[in-house]
Design a protein around this ligand. Structure first.
Ligand code: HEC
Length: 167
C-alpha cells in the first residue's frame, strides 16, 4: 500500500480517485453487500454487527476484528470463498473443496481441517465480491464503534447502542 500511495502521488490521477470521500457515493452504495453481511450470510453472527469480532455468544467467539484487518481485497475474497483451514471461519463458496480452487486443496487433502459450511447461506462469486467491497467501504479502518454508527446500522435508536460513546 505504501508503494501504491507513492506511485499515486507521482501520477496525480490515482490521488484524485483516492481522495473521493465515501459520501460521494450514492446513498445506497454498499446496501447489497450490507444486506448479505447481516442477513443472507450472517457474518454478523460471528463477527458482530459492527465487524469488530463481538459476535453472538453461541458463535463460539474468536472471530477476527474486521475493522482492523490488514488484508487486501483479493485476500478478503479468498477467505470468504474458502474459509480458513483449521479455523471456524466457514467457506461461502459452496463447492470450495470439491476441487483444488481453494489453497490448491480438496476436502480429502485437508481432512478435519476443512473449513465448515456457513451457519447461514452460501454466496455466489458476485455476492462474495459485494461483501468484500462493503467491508472495504464501510467497515475496515473505521476505528472504534460509535453510538451514531450503531443507530445507523441497526436502523433506529436501539437501546443497546447507548453503551457506545457518542462520536
Ligand atoms: C461461524 C463463525 C464465522 C462466520 C459465520 C464468519 N466468520 Fe469470518 N472468521 C471467523 C473466525 C473464527 C475467524 C478467525 C480465524 C483465525 O483465528 O484466524 C474469521 C476470520 C475472518 C477473516 C480474516 C480476517 C483477518 O484479518 O485475518 C475475514 C476477512 C472474515 N472472517 C470475513 C468474514 C465474512 C465477510 C463473513 C460472512 C460472509 C464471515 N467472515 C463469516 C468466524 C466466522
Amino acid at each position: 500500500m505504501g508503494n501504491f500511495l507513492q506511485k499515486s502521488a507521482l501520477t496525480g490521477f490515482a490521488v484524485f480517485a483516492l481522495a473521493q470521500p465515501v459520501s460521494a457515493q450514492p446513498a445506497d452504495a454498499g446496501a447489497f453487500g450490507r444486506r448479505l453481511y447481516h442477513d443472507k450470510a450472517v457474518c454478523s453472527f460471528c463477527h458482530g454487527w459492527a465487524g469488530d469480532g463481538a459476535g453472538e455468544g453461541q458463535s463460539g467467539g474468536g472471530a477476527a476484528n474486521l475493522r482492523e484487518t490488514p488484508l487486501d481485497r483479493a485476500q478478503i475474497i479468498e477467505i470468504i470463498a474458502c474459509g480458513i483451514p483449521g479455523k471456524a471461519m466457514p467457506h461461502f463458496d459452496e463447492a470450495a473443496y470439491t476441487d483444488k480452487r481453494c489453497y490448491n486443496s480438496t476436502e480429502a487433502d485437508l481432512g478435519s481441517d476443512t473449513p465448515p459450511l456457513p451457519p447461514g447461506g452460501v454466496l455466489s462469486k458476485r455476492e462474495i465480491e459485494a461483501v468484500a467491497d462493503y467491508l472495504r467501504a464501510f467497515v475496515i479502518g473505521r476505528g472504534a464503534v460509535t453510538r451514531e454508527e450503531c443507530f445507523e446500522t441497526l436502523g433506529g435508536r436501539v437501546r443497546a447502542c447507548e453503551d457506545y460513546p457518542a462520536r
